[in-house]
Design a binder for this molecule. Structure first.
Ligand code: MF3
Ligand code: CO
Length: 267
């Protein structure tokens, strides 16, 4: 496995890209209310990205299923949509929805990638629990990441916590290394399988990973809609998604998409 280790300077550059991502996500969270379209969220993201002198990472990326470029800056995935939902002026957020907003930029040659899932207005207790569990397993990854730890140990904890809560981890999509490109080695699953056990990731100072658990309220199976992008749960139940770009550092882990210019060290 060819995992690039990043210098302190490169990590700072990724953090600068991550700060733009965090700023945009925090703005979109604030304006995502009943009556607002996902197309409007995309327009705001596009403008803020240009103002920051950055470039949106997702726009124009080709779908693995067909040569269909992703047409927008952000992915907006509502309720049973898992990831890669396409923003549109025709999609109006309504009270009680949950919305995953996934966004990434390149700034000065380095990439940041993050996602949050938010409730629109008041949401049900079930949806709140799904959001809390998904957020929690991303927190597990952040607090457990440190040099010398095997990723499979963290992935097992994420999976066990999710399954003990009665939910399931999406297996068809995984996190990824990130740096000069949005997707680099290694694949970063949120569950344990043969592939991971055969080629475990020993976390090493300088690794930069986008960790992005997707949790389904029902079964883990997903399918892709005819638009070639939008991934939905097969059983139609809700799904949530949280993501941070993190760096393995000497003392543990730093979150590079946390949005504060202060260094965030967890250990
Ligand atoms: N955070 C997602 C990922 O890392 C978003 C990619 S959207 C795409 O895969 F359009 F770029 F594919
Ligand atoms: Co990602």
């Amino acid at each position: 496995m060819d995992i690039t280790l990043r210098s302190r300077r490169e990590i700072e550059l990724i953090r600068r890209a991550g700060a733009v991502v965090a700023d945009v996500l925090s703005k979109l969270k604030e304006i995502a209310e009943p009556g607002v379209t996902t197309g409007c969220l995309d327009a705001v993201a596009s403008q803020m990205t240009a103002e920051a002198g950055a470039k949106a990472l997702f726009k124009g990326v080709c779908s693995p299923y067909a040569r269909t470029p992703f047409p927008a800056c952000v992915c907006t995935s509502i309720n049973e949509q898992v990831v890669h939902g396409i923003p549109s002026e025709a999609v109006i957020l309504k009270e009680g929805d949950i919305l995953s907003i996934d966004f990434g930029v390149r700034l000065d040659g380095y990439c940041g990638d993050a996602a949050v899932t938010v409730g629109i207005g008041e949401i049900s207790d079930d949806k709140r629990r799904l959001l809390d569990v998904t957020k929690h397993i991303l927190d597990i990854a952040v607090t457990r990441t440190a040099p010398g730890i095997k990723w499979s140990e963290i992935a097992a904890e994420m999976q066990n916590y999710t399954e003990s809560a009665g939910f399931s981890i999406v297996k068809d999509f995984v996190g990824h290394g990130i740096g000069k490109k949005m997707h680099e080695e290694p694949r970063v699953p949120n569950f344990v399988n043969e592939e991971l056990l055969a080629g475990d990731i020993i976390l090493t100072e300088g690794m930069v990973l986008a960790v992005e658990p997707m949790v389904n309220a029902g079964i883990s199976d997903v399918r892709t809609l005819k638009d070639k992008w939008t991934v939905v749960t097969k059983d139609g139940k809700c799904s949530a998604h949280f993501e941070h770009t993190i760096a393995v550092v000497k003392d543990g882990c730093e979150v590079l998409t946390a949005g504060s210019t202060l260094r965030q060290i967890t250990k």
